[in-house]
Design a protein around this ligand. Structure first.
Ligand code: HH2
Length: 275
């Protein structure tokens, strides 16, 4: 008999991770929630809309974003994590690439470490293991500064999958047990790469791990007519979430929690209906 604890990323329904960006420069909502009180209010609103997880970040990873110091990132996220992790039903995730930020957030009550750098840094793996955190291992080609400079793959799905498998093995070696994988929509990929990743998402299922997908308001949606600005990308975001859920994603990471919850309730009902 297996005694593995249940994964935080697996439930009977598709989980929705709501985004709380405590940043001045995030690509779609930069500056909206930099003030801790506003970020906390936003997190509470997302919980009341049905968010299953709150993903709190203090550094934008948009292409070309300016780096943020450890102290500044901690100053942004700490008060928000401290309050939101004490909310009823709240499961808090910290979105960071920095070990010291992760350490502080996990000490303050976050239970998930979401690292867009895939826990490449051994110190990140050590911090996650120390706190017995669940982790999201995301694929990124390059760094946020360079990733959109002409990304190339022979077979994007195969290459992303191989790299994720390698990072998962490293994380397991470090003693991390609860792991979700994420193909990293928009992180070192052209719009076409992102469409292919979503169309072939089921090819990540053989990794045998919960799958998280983050298409929300991203520029691959904006590459299509009439969706140039992020506030025109809700329907496209929902379409990508629906496809992801139908193809086996366990978690979607989105800004628009209420709308995505409503759409995914239908998907979940279609998937689970029995004769
Ligand atoms: N996307 C963003 C940030 N973190 N984490 C995971 N696991 N998957 C993603 O696709 C992902 C992520 C980028 O979105 P956002 O947080 O809205 O923008 P910014 O990085 O500009 O703050």
């Amino acid at each position: 008999m297996s005694h593995r604890p249940p994964s935080l990323f697996v439930a009977a329904h598709t989980l929705v991770m709501g985004i709380v960006n405590v940043t001045p420069d995030s690509f779609s909502d930069g500056g909206c929630f930099l003030d801790p009180e506003r970020a906390i209010a936003h997190g509470k609103a997302l919980l009341s809309e049905g968010a299953d997880i709150l993903d709190i970040g203090g550094e934008s990873t948009r292409p070309g974003a300016e780096a943020v110091s450890v102290n500044e990132e901690i100053r942004r996220i700490a008060p928000v994590i401290e309050v939101l992790s004490k909310e009823d039903r709240a499961l808090v995730s910290i979105d960071t690439m920095k070990p010291d930020v992760a350490d502080t957030a996990l000490s303050l009550g976050a239970r998930i470490l979401n690292d867009v750098d895939g826990l490449r840094n051994p110190e990140m793996r050590r911090v996650a293991a120390k706190h017995n955190a669940a982790v999201v291992i995301m694929h990124m080609k390059g760094t946020p500064r360079t990733m959109q400079v002409n990304p190339e793959y022979a077979d994007v799905v195969a290459e992303v999958s191989q790299e994720l498998a390698m990072r998962v093995a490293q994380a397991r070696e470090a003693g991390i047990e609860d792991i979700a994988v994420d193909p990293g929509i928009g992180f070192g990929k052209t719009a076409t790469h992102n469409f292919i990743l979503l169309r072939r998402l089921e090819e990540f299922l053989p990794l045998g791990l919960p799958l998280l997908v983050g298409p929300s308001r991203k520029s691959f949606i904006g590459s299509l007519p009439g969706t140039g600005s992020p506030d025109q990308r809700l329907e496209g975001t929902i379409a990508a979430c629906v496809v992801s859920a139908m193809k086996g994603a366990n978690v979607v990471r989105v800004h628009d929690v209420a709308a995505c919850k409503r759409a995914l309730a239908v998907v979940d009902a279609i998937r689970s209906a029995s004769e």
